[in-house]
Design a protein. Structure first.
Length: 332
């Protein structure tokens, strides 16, 4: 029974500290929460929690605040992800549904998570390494130029111009159809063989054009920026209510290291589960005073980064709701 009560005391401390930003004392816990025991018993419970490393006293005569270990216990055993209400869900779907293309949808997703959490939102573009080609389009532009449009199954659209005289409409249509049959549903690593077979099957007079088109497709897939992150809401970290003991600069510098940030989020994100890394668990020196909440969608992930003193249930709910919407419109 004492163990259960101590967990309730820990939850009360976390919730009060997140809400007030002030260390929490036994008297306030007694006044704010129906714990059913005396302040003396709560003090004993707080002493036990402190000995276990779950809370700490930042200053003499002050109340207690959660440690990273305390937040971890809260997330793993005590936090309940708040359900998104029907009006909230409809608002999310309406806002994201108004996106006109992939860039717009993901930008809106980042803005929405940042707005819902009051923190930094991180959105990864669908990974081309896991994307397949859905469709190719060949469009004549003038007499000696051809526009090659590459559409992936994640919604990416890339365009390249090929300097070559396009064949007549019938021959171009046949080449387009042959290429689409060869690449439909194929992953990037499968394309070279498929496209080589197309090159061997076309008429001799189309070899040069086919080679140029294949090169253009390869150029699209090999384009720098294959893994791309979008950050939204960075200014939220500068609000007066967000405090970092070592200042804001280390956090901003860590956010600029997108390769390391990609590695962290890729490592912690599995399918559509919500994952949480707290403080030193991030493994990044600049993020030791932050927590990261993330979830996967389709071929990417999105997350929220804020101080360890964050609203974990609310942040987890927002990240999960937006990720689930993206999973529906940008499937794996």
């Amino acid at each position: 029974m004492s163990e259960d009560r101590r967990l309730l005391v820990l939850r009360a401390i976390v919730e009060d500290y997140v809400a007030t930003q002030e260390p929490v004392g036994s008297r306030l816990l007694t006044q704010r929460h129906s714990l059913g025991v005396s302040p003396a018993t709560i003090r004993n419970d707080m002493a036990a929690l402190e000995e276990a490393g779950l809370i700490t006293q930042p200053h003499t005569s002050a109340g207690r605040i959660p440690t990273d270990l305390g937040y971890r216990m809260f997330v793993d055993r005590l936090a309940q992800v708040r359900p998104i209400s029907t009006p909230q869900r409809r608002a999310i779907e309406a806002f994201l549904g108004a996106g006109v293309d992939l860039d717009d949808v993901l930008t809106r997703a980042g803005r929405l998570v940042a707005q819902l959490t009051g923190q930094v939102a991180v959105v990864q573009y669908p990974s081309r390494q896991r994307s397949g080609l859905r469709h190719l389009e060949l469009v004549p532009v003038g007499e000696e130029r051809l526009l090659v449009v590459v559409i992936t199954d994640s919604g990416r659209v890339e365009q390249r111009f090929v300097a070559a005289e396009a064949p007549d409409e019938v021959a171009l249509g046949e080449l387009r159809a042959r290429l689409n049959v060869a690449v439909a549903g194929r992953r990037a690593e499968e394309l070279p063989t498929a496209l080589e077979e197309v090159g061997q099957a076309v008429a001799p007079e189309q070899l040069g054009l086919t080679a140029a088109i294949i090169a253009a497709i390869g150029d699209c897939l090999a384009e720098e920026g294959e893994e791309r992150l979008v950050l939204s809401g960075t200014a939220n970290l500068a609000r007066a209510s967000v405090r970092f003991e070592h200042g804001l600069q280390p956090v901003l510098e860590a956010l600029e290291e997108q390769v390391a940030l990609l590695g962290l989020l890729s490592e912690m994100t599995h399918d559509d589960e919500v994952a949480v890394r707290i403080g030193h668990e991030t493994g990044a020196s600049g993020l030791t005073e932050t927590s990261v909440v993330s979830s996967g969608y389709g071929k990417g992930f999105l997350g929220s980064i804020g101080p360890t003193r964050m609203d974990y249930p609310g942040t987890m709910a927002a990240v999960r709701a937006v990720a689930r919407y993206l999973s529906r419109v940008l499937p794996a």
